[in-house]
Design a protein around this ligand. Structure first.
Ligand code: NAP
Ligand code: MG
Length: 403
């Protein structure tokens, strides 16, 4: 069989622990036999990040800006225990955080639907994609524990010295006060990421805040989304037959659980934190979620939503059998290959990505799956496979699909 050729490289960001093991198996069994894989390789494994003083993470993000498509393996975010375990020069920052801030992106997470793993919300027939604004609000807050009676004020001092001052509250006893912020620039890129993603995936976009109560803060989010929509996207949406829908956050929550799904739900930072856990746990497992970081100028970084599965890795190191679910990592690769194909006009590569996903879903639906899914599936006669055998079963099905 002739291997599929690629014209432009994908930025490949290798990672840590069990997902690094899966990464190699996926390349060996599901990609290299079929594609003349062209990647620019960056080793984001913790040891190499430490050796390069984390320069490799920055280089990989720069490469993503250059080539437009990246695929990332899960990586360790060091804490005190990891500093000791890996004898680190310092507690390096989260690679995801570094890459996110360099690409100024929004994270989109979508459950992967398979028969036999049904959402707990019965009306959901198609996946709901959560788009989370990953900057500001309560995540960058400043708080004071008010010790006793006194006046709390909100003060802004312009560069020219002009002052805006509002009384927050006149306290007659102890209490608490909090300052939060966001910037128009960040809200604008969040809005563009969401509109672009809706156009890309041809799905409706929902957005909700509490603008009736927060008449300046949340209202600014609402206004920026509406302005950008009217100026830059309304026509495209009409052409594609998709809709932009704004409502209040409580109304959105009430409606979401009654829909059939199949749309993008854009959330402010805190709402996104809470609602993405609700959507993902209602759909079964973090290992059955796709995750992609999209920048406002159309750069894409695909990854798995879960971590490096440390507990399984330590079992693997002891020579014990593991049954780690590789679906999210496989879909990170298929997502990146399809996007590369789209950008390069490479139909063969796009078709391969579709078949790789189909083979993965078919394998699970035929009853062959890893332990995490075997525990929650409604299918009968299930075979629980180990990490490698699951990937080999997908390879068998992929070979059939490729003829
Ligand atoms: P984790 O890797 O997400 O795993 C937590 C638990 O969830 C596992 O022990 C396992 O449960 C289950 N699980 C997660 N993914 C699975 C999969 N693919 N197949 C089967 N089961 C799966 O979180 P962690 O072990 O707490 O974190 C390990 C490292 O990952 C940390 O150093 C953290 O910094 C890093 N992390 C990285 C990313 C990223 O790069 N995107 C995200 C989150 C965390 P059982 O043990 O019950 O089998
Ligand atoms: Mg959370």
């Amino acid at each position: 069989m002739n291997k599929i050729q690629m014209t432009t490289p994908i930025v490949e960001m290798d990672g840590d622990e069990m997902t690094r093991i899966l990464w190699k198996m996926i390349k060996d069994e599901l990609l290299n036999p079929f594609i003349e894989l062209k990647t620019e390789y960056y080793d984001l494994g913790l040891e190499h990040r430490n050796e390069t003083d984390d320069q490799v993470t920055i280089d990989s993000a720069e490469a993503t800006k250059k080539y437009g498509v990246a695929v990332k393996c899960a990586t360790i975010t060091p804490n005190a225990a990891r500093v000791e375990e890996y004898n680190l020069k310092q507690m390096w920052k989260s690679p995801n955080g570094t890459i996110r801030s360099m690409l100024d992106g929004t994270v989109f997470r979508t459950p992967i639907s398979v028969k036999g793993i049904e959402p707990n919300v019965k009306s959901w027939k198609q996946p709901i994609t959560l788009a989370r604004h990953a900057y500001g609000d309560v995540y960058k807050n400043v708080e004071i524990k008010v010790p006793g009676a006194g006046k709390a004020e909100l003060v802004f001092t312009g560069e020219d010295g002009t002052e805006i001052r509002e009384t927050i509250h006149v306290f007659d006893g102890p209490g608490v006060v909090q300052g939060v912020h966001n910037t128009n620039k960040s809200i604008e890129s969040f809005a563009r990421c969401c509109f672009n993603y809706a156009v890309d995936t041809k799905q409706d976009l929902w957005f909700a805040t509490k603008d009736t109560i927060s008449k300046k803060y949340d209202h600014t989010f609402k206004d920026i989304f509406q302005e950008i929509y009217d100026k830059e996207y309304a026509e495209k949406f009409k052409e594609l037959g998709i809709e932009y829908f704004y409502t209040l956050i409580d109304d959105a929550v009430a409606r979401v659980v009654k829909t059939k799904g199949g749309f993008i739900w854009a959330c402010k930072n805190y709402d996104g934190d809470v609602m993405s856990d609700m959507v993902s746990s209602a759909c079964g497992s973090l290992a059955m979620m796709t995750s992609v970081l999209v920048s406002p100028d159309g750069k894409y970084e695909y990854e798995a939503a879960h971590g490096t599965v440390q507990r399984h890795y330590y079992k693997h190191l002891k020579g014990e059998e593991t049954s780690t679910n590789s679906v999210a990592t496989i879909f990170a690769w298929s997502g990146a290959l399809r996007k590369r194909g789209e950008m390069d006009g490479n139909n063969e590569l796009m078709a391969f990505a579709d078949k790789l996903e189909q083979a993965t879903i078919d394998t699970i639906e035929s009853g062959k799956m890893t332990g995490d899914l075997a525990l929650i599936t409604s299918l009968e006669n299930v075979t629980k496979l180990n990490s490698e055998d699951f990937i080999l079963a997908i390879r068998d099905r992929l070979q059939e699909l490729l003829g």
